[in-house]
Design a protein around this ligand. Structure first.
Ligand SMILES: Nc1ncnc2c1ncn2[C@@H]1O[C@H](COP(=O)(O)OP(=O)(O)OP(=O)(O)O)[C@@H](O)[C@H]1O
Ligand SMILES: [Mg+2]
Length: 307
C-alpha cells in the first residue's frame, strides 16, 4: 500500500496550550480517514499542519512524499482543501469562483465547469455565493477542492451546521469522491458521520490520539452490550425468565419497560419473540440499541462527545 499522509510525533503549542500532542498516524491510498473529537480537541490544528497552513513545533509530516513546511507550494498544487471557515468572496458567482480557483493551479481540470453538474449546482452557476444555502455553500467548497483534480482531499467539518438531508447528500458526494480512488482525510464531531464514511477513525481528545482503528473494531473492542427494549403486560412474573434467554446478561425494568442487556442483540430478539409467543405474552414497542462510536468516546473519556 502507498502511504499518502504520514505524521510522526507531531506537536503544536499555543502558549501554554498543547493543541496537538505527539500525534503519529499514517493514511493509505484510497482510504477515508476520520479524525473525530470534541470542540478544541486539536482537529483543525492537525489537519491544517498537514495542509501546510500551520507549522508544527515538533515532529515530521509527509504528504504525497512532500514536506508541507519546505515544499508547501508544490504540495498545494496536489491537494484539495476545504477549510472549516471558508472565506469565499460573498459576491462572487459560483461559476466565476470555480474558474478563478482553477486558474490558481498549474494543472487544473480540463473542464472545471463540469463540477457544477457533478455537484448538482448547475442551476446555481450564476448565483452569488452569499445567496446560497448552507448545503449549497458546502457543495461549492467541495467543487473548489476538486478543481485541481487532487489525489488527496482534506475536509474540516464538512457537514457542521447542515440539516440532516443536506448532510446525507454531502455524505453521498464524499462516497463518490472515494469511488474515484481519491484519498480523503476528514474531521468531524459527528460519530455517525465517521461510522458512515470512514474506513478508519482516530479519536482525538486534548490533542492526543486516544484510539485508532476501523469503526467496527473500535466498537467491538469496547465489549459493550446491546440492549433489547420492550413493554410487556404482566412482565413482573416473566422478568425472571427473561434472564434465561440467549445471550442475556442482565435484565432491568424501568416503569413498564423491560431492558435486556445482551451480547448478541439479534439472537436475544429472536428468542424473546418465540418465548413471548409460547407464554402468550403481549409485547409492545420492541426495539434494539446497538453500541456505536459515541459509546466508544464515552467509555474512553467518561464524557459525552457533545455536551
Ligand atoms: N491560532 C490559534 N492561536 C491560539 N490558540 C489556538 C489557535 N488555534 C487553535 N488554538 C487552540 O488550540 C486548541 C485546539 O484548537 P482546534 O481549532 O485545533 O480544535 P478543533 O478540534 O478543530 O475544534 P472544533 O471542533 O471547535 O473545530 C484549542 O484549545 C484552541 O483554543
Ligand atoms: Mg476545528
Amino acid at each position: 500500500m502507498t502511504v499518502i499522509v504520514e505524521c510522526e510525533h507531531v506537536v503544536k503549542r499555543y502558549g501554554d496550550v498543547i493543541a496537538v500532542n505527539d500525534v503519529s498516524l499514517s493514511i493509505e491510498e484510497g482510504e477515508v480517514f476520520g479524525l473525530v473529537g470534541p470542540n478544541g480537541a486539536g482537529k483543525t490544528t492537525l489537519i491544517e499542519m498537514i495542509e501546510s497552513l500551520r507549522i508544527p513545533d515538533n515532529g515530521s509530516i509527509g504528504v504525497l512524499g512532500l514536506n508541507p513546511v519546505k515544499e508547501a507550494d508544490e504540495l498545494r498544487e496536489k491537494i484539495g482543501v476545504q477549510l472549516q471557515t471558508t472565506s469565499i468572496q460573498p459576491n462572487i458567482k459560483v461559476k466565476e469562483g470555480i474558474k478563478l480557483f482553477a486558474g490558481l493551479y498549474r494543472q487544473p481540470l480540463a473542464n472545471p465547469e463540469e463540477l457544477l453538474k457533478t455537484l448538482s449546482l448547475e442551476d446555481k452557476a450564476d448565483s452569488r455565493f452569499r445567496k446560497l444555502s448552507g448545503g449549497q455553500k458546502q457543495r461549492v467548497a467541495i467543487a473548489l477542492a476538486l478543481v485541481n483534480d487532487p489525489a488527496v482531499l482534506f475536509f474540516d467539518e464538512l457537514t457542521t451546521g447542515l440539516d440532516p438531508r443536506a448532510r446525507k447528500n454531502t455524505w453521498e458526494l464524499v462516497k463518490d469522491i472515494k469511488r474515484q480512488g481519491k484519498t480523503i482525510f476528514l474531521t468531524t464531531h459527528y460519530m455517525e458521520e465517521a461510522e458512515e464514511l470512514c474506513d478508519r477513525v482516530a479519536v482525538i481528545d486534548f490533542g492526543k490520539i486516544i484510539a485508532l482503528d476501523t469503526p467496527e473494531n473500535l466498537i467491538r473492542d469496547l465489549g459493550a452490550e446491546s440492549k433489547v427494549l420492550f413493554r410487556v403486560e404482566g412482565g413482573d412474573e416473566a422478568a425472571a425468565e427473561f434472564e434465561g434467554l440467549a445471550a442475556v446478561s442482565r435484565v432491568e425494568k424501568i416503569q413498564d419497560e423491560v431492558i435486556l442487556y445482551t451480547t448478541d442483540g439479534s439472537a436475544t430478539l429472536q428468542e424473546l419473540v418465540r418465548f413471548a409467543d409460547k407464554q402468550g405474552l403481549r409485547l409492545g414497542d420492541i426495539r434494539t440499541e446497538f453500541p456505536d462510536l459515541d459509546d466508544v468516546f464515552l467509555t474512553l473519556t467518561g464524557r459525552e462527545l457533545r455536551e
